[in-house]
Design a binder for this molecule. Structure first.
Ligand SMILES: CC(C)(COP(=O)(O)OP(=O)(O)OC[C@H]1O[C@@H](n2cnc3c(N)ncnc32)[C@H](O)[C@@H]1OP(=O)(O)O)[C@@H](O)C(=O)NCCC(=O)NCCSC(=O)CCCCC(=O)O
Length: 342
């Protein structure tokens, strides 16, 4: 297997081969210039782990890929965003560079096992004149853990264009990252040991996403709030211009992070005993850079029947709506027991 170069992610264009299926191309040329130059090496070093590892699938056979894991939530089931992002990478491998991901719909049907890789089997459902559709099964232990359909469209401008207005919030430069907030909490002299342990565990997690909450929670706050949340997000590390499909895969990864928890905000008296994404749908509206700050606006319009519906909108800093997503998750909760004040 030829050495995969960084960026062999989404096959920026399909080329025909002897069989009747166009074979995906693995070459997404690295940044301009000599790939061995100090600048290119610096880029390589700074390349986001999402590009070099999480979303860099190994090709096993035509339309069959293998993905590895980077970060796993404490629930020890694979992070849903990773499976979605890798599934979209697999789907995009056989789609030409004149086509752009515009939507995906998926169901999480089994928990992902962090101890084994994930296989992605792609079915080339249709290559239409304007739209191309792929179906992907993420498989472990011979069983699907995720079923996903993704659709790609060629650029087709239209006079019909509108969007909501981006919420007015402070810029990311005026806010603290999640890590900085945790260190601030840890600096409190009267912080109880049990909280220190939990916060240091959070600090140790290597999530490949940078987050700046717009309304950071008051430490271990117990007040209810509306099921709405806003935070700035971006992939850690450098991804650069180039393949828009790659940025969509990264955005798919990011979109599942901290989304379902929005539905819990009105219920500080309960904590999730079992919470998992059931499905996830995403629509891509405009070009964006997933390694640049984007505002993630999350809200939960409904919860009931041990389920919560959450919706997200990813905004570019210039106010353009980049992507939208919707997800339903299982939310099985139990009352939070607090030490008696007596
Ligand atoms: C579990 C799914 C959704 C349904 O499968 P099913 O066979 O119907 O399972 P259940 O019978 O519903 O039980 C599953 C699970 O729930 C536990 N359970 C059952 N009843 C209760 C209850 N009353 N209280 C608490 N827990 C309950 C039961 O014990 C089982 O637990 P387990 O044995 O530990 O499994 C199934 O379809 C499924 O697993 N789908 C995949 C879901 C998934 O993995 N989604 C993606 C990962 S979640 C994610 O990434 C969210 C983001 C996390 C990052 C962040 O935001 O920070």
């Amino acid at each position: 297997m030829a050495e995969r170069k960084v960026g062999d992610i989404c096959g920026s264009s399909a080329s025909t081969t002897s069989d009747d299926h166009p074979k995906d191309t693995l070459d997404l040329k690295p940044e301009d210039g000599d790939p061995e130059s100090p600048e290119a090496q610096k880029d390589q070093d700074l390349k986001s782990v999402l590009v070099t590892s999480v979303l860099n699938l190994e090709e096993i056979d035509v339309d069959l890929y293998r993905g590895t894991h980077h970060w796993v939530p404490r629930t020890q089931r694979l992070f849903g965003g990773q499976i979605i992002g890798q599934a979209l990478v697999a789907a995009a491998k056989s789609v030409g560079d004149n086509l752009y991901a515009h939507s995906l719909h998926c169901y999480f049907v089994r928990a992902g096992d962090p101890k084994v890789p994930v296989l992605y089997q792609v079915d080339r459902i249709r290559d239409g004149r304007s739209f191309t559709v792929r179906s992907v099964r993420a498989i472990q232990h011979g069983q699907p853990i995720l079923i996903c359909q993704a659709s790609f469209q060629m650029l087709q401008p239209s006079p019909l264009q509108h969007q909501f207005t981006m919420p007015a919030v402070p810029p990311p430069e005026d806010l603290l990252t999640a890590e900085e907030l945790i260190r601030l909490y840890l600096s409190k002299p009267d912080l109880a040991e049990k909280y220190k342990l939990g916060l240091n565990k959070l600090l140790a997690i290597e999530v490949p996403i940078e987050i700046k909450p717009v309304n950071p929670p008051v430490f271990y706050k117990v007040t209810a709030s509306e099921p709405k949340n806003l935070f700035w997000v971006r992939a850690r590390g450098y991804i650069g211009e180039g393949n828009m499909k790659l940025h969509c895969c990264v955005a798919a990864y990011v979109s599942d992070f901290a989304l379902l928890g929005t539905a819990l905000l009105p219920y500080p008296g309960y904590r999730a005993q079992f919470a998992a994404s059931l499905d996830h749908a995403m629509w891509f509206h405009s070009t964006f850079r997933s390694d640049e700050w984007m505002l993630y606006e999350c809200e939960s319009p409904w919860a009931g029947g041990s389920r919560g519906l959450v919706q997200g909108r990813l905004w570019r800093r210039d106010g353009v709506l980049a992507a939208s997503c919707s997800q339903e998750g299982v939310l099985r909760v139990k009352p939070v027991t607090r030490p008696s004040k007596l």
